[in-house]
Design a protein around this ligand. Structure first.
Ligand code: NAP
Length: 239
């Protein structure tokens, strides 16, 4: 089933740790060539070594901020130059900043919306001509259940993910006849460093590898059908 992905080319934004690293590792293990991005060189180098050991797919690690359109274009161009094209875009890079609106600075607001929403636009816009050049592909946007369940202190984060959901649904309808499938994945609590190091040991949470397995299922599903939205919850959340 996974054989059909061998030799394809993917970009995973925010692939230097957490969910993005798990997705990149899983793709490389099936023979997909993967470019990961992030802002920290040390984390990118460590992730690159880890992904390199995961399987036959090649790996490129590029420092780039998803908020900057020119950097998104640079990542797409470098990926095509290294691997010959682009088939899969995983918009995963994201940040959380939680505060009441009255206490949230304009900079924090712009950082969250710029990363979680504009970052996805930047990479989609830069990648679309390359996907069309391959006669199709797959875009998966990693959203959050927070996009459908707003909570106090989550105005920026929840709005960014609700925006990403709407963006994904509109885009899905725009590009489906170009053979480009678009899915947004909405996990609940995942055990990463996203909400502080203490969450790493929380065994009730979803594991990053669980999200990666869902992404692999989507990518290997028959092109005739499109799972446009996925919700993933911990089976037994903390009471
Ligand atoms: N963990 C959860 O409970 C949870 C639940 C639902 C949804 N999600 C979503 O899942 C995605 C991944 O989260 P995670 O838990 O894996 O978080 P994480 O462990 O904090 O990893 C976030 C990744 O995004 C990168 N990143 C952040 N800002 C960036 C920017 N401006 N440009 C480029 N890369 C950037 C980080 O690298 P650098 O910091 O080095 O740039 C890192 O690779 C996010 O979109 C998040 O909203 C997470």
């Amino acid at each position: 089933m996974t054989r059909e992905l061998r030799g394809q080319v993917a970009i995973v934004t925010g692939g230097s740790r957490g969910i993005g690293l798990a997705i990149a590792r899983t793709l490389a293990s099936t023979g997909v060539h993967v470019t990961i991005t992030g802002r920290d060189d040390g984390r990118l180098s460590a992730a690159r070594r880890e992904i390199d050991g995961a399987g036959p797919g090649g790996v490129e690690a590029i420092r780039a901020d998803v908020r900057d359109y020119a950097q998104a274009e640079g990542v797409v161009a470098a990926t095509v130059s290294r691997f010959g094209g682009l088939d899969i875009l995983i918009n995963n890079a994201g940040v959380g900043a939680f505060a009441h609106v009255a206490d949230m600075t304009p900079d924090t607001w712009a950082h969250v919306i710029g990363t979680n929403l504009t970052g996805a636009y930047n990479f989609c816009h830069a990648a679309m001509p390359r996907l069309r050049a391959r006669n199709g592909g797959y875009i998966i946007n990693i959203s959050s259940l927070a996009g459908a369940n707003p909570f106090i202190g989550g105005a920026a984060y929840c709005a960014s993910k609700a925006g990403l959901n709407a963006f994904s649904e509109a885009l899905m309808q725009e590009v489906r006849y170009d053979n480009i499938r678009v899915t947004y994945v909405m996990p609940g609590s995942v055990a990463t460093a996203f909400s502080g190091d203490e969450s790493r040991g929380a065994d009730w949470k979803i594991a990053s590898d669980d999200v990666a397995a869902v992404v692999l299922d989507l990518l290997t599903s028959d092109r005739r059908s499109l799972t446009s939205r996925v919700e993933i919850r911990p089976s037994k959340p903390r009471k």
